[in-house]
Ligand binder design. Structure first.
Ligand code: ZN
Length: 282
């Protein structure tokens, strides 16, 4: 299933993308794409509904974030061998984790707001993993049972805030609008192999990232198990699994960063596409 949320910011309703390519309104059956609805039982209850029986949502629709009630937005750094190389970093021996503030979450096509004082706002297409079942000390063999599905994420990053202002990467990852997620939560059963998905990103039509999740160092199974050794994971929590090469800071000889008025497009095979326009913070 392709689950989604549609409507004005803060007033989104749950929906799904039907097999006929039309958005259907789930709000008579489902409170939100969140919490218990992401568990195996909740997803089974949604799957039992005939999409054709649901009202069609017509007209231009704003997609909201595809998941609500996210308690934790956990990101994995330098998780692609070729991306680690372009940043001049060593291949990590264990997954590098950092947190993105959940207030950064926005809809997939909402504007990306360049923060006040930013000169180094950058892009990162990433495979997002949405947790569907509490995970605490899970083994790699059992890890996938805890995954509800996948989504596209742009892990928007301010490199100066991230690396030149002291402390943790969190500073450069958490500005409002730095976490577009969606358009859909694609349930796990529809993604045959999360470690073999094409992923791409363009800025103003120029190809910047053109990679595949197959060059991920620590795969989804390993990450869910690994993270669950340090903290419990809950339905609606999101893991952003790292970015392939082609970020602005890696461009030689001169890094390229985002300015207001640009268009970012990104997508992952089978998971849909996002389009964002950059705007300056007020
Ligand atoms: Zn990232």
């Amino acid at each position: 299933m392709k689950l989604l949320r549609f409507g004005a910011p803060g007033a989104e309703k749950p929906g799904l993308m039907g097999p006929d390519g039309r958005i259907r309104d789930l709000s008579a059956h489902v409170t939100d794409i969140a919490g218990e609805w992401l568990t195996p039982d909740g997803l089974a209850r949604i799957a039992a509904i005939d999409p054709a029986s649901l009202p069609v949502v017509d007209g231009p629709v704003r997609y909201g974030p595809c998941v609500a009630g996210t308690g934790k937005f956990i990101c994995v750094g330098l998780n692609y061998a070729d991306h680690a190389a372009e940043t001049g970093a060593k291949i990590p021996e264990e997954p590098i984790l950092f947190m993105k503030a959940t207030s950064a979450i926005t809809g997939p096509n909402d504007p990306v707001i360049i923060p006040r004082g930013s000169e180094k706002t950058d892009w990162e297409v990433e495979l997002g993993v949405v947790i569907g079942k509490v995970a605490r000390y899970v083994t790699e063999d059992a890890a996938m049972d805890h995954v509800a599905g996948y989504c596209v994420i742009n892990d928007v990053s301010e490199r100066a805030f991230q690396t030149e202002r002291g402390g943790q990467w969190t500073k450069g990852k958490s500005a409002d609008s730095f976490g577009p997620i969606g358009p859909w939560l694609v349930t796990r059963d529809e993604v045959a192999d999360p470690q073999n998905l094409k992923m791409w990103l363009t800025v103003d039509g120029v190809s910047r990232q053109d990679g595949s999740s197959k060059t991920m160092i620590f795969g989804v199974r390993t990450l869910v198990s690994y993270i669950s050794q340090f903290m419990s994971l809950h339905p609606g929590d999101i893991i952003s699994t790292g970015t392939p090469p082609g970020v602005g800071m890696g461009i030689k000889p001169t890094p390229v960063y985002l300015r207001p008025g640009q268009e970012i497009r990104l997508g992952i095979e089978g998971l849909g596409e996002q389009t964002q326009t950059t705007v300056a913070a007020e």
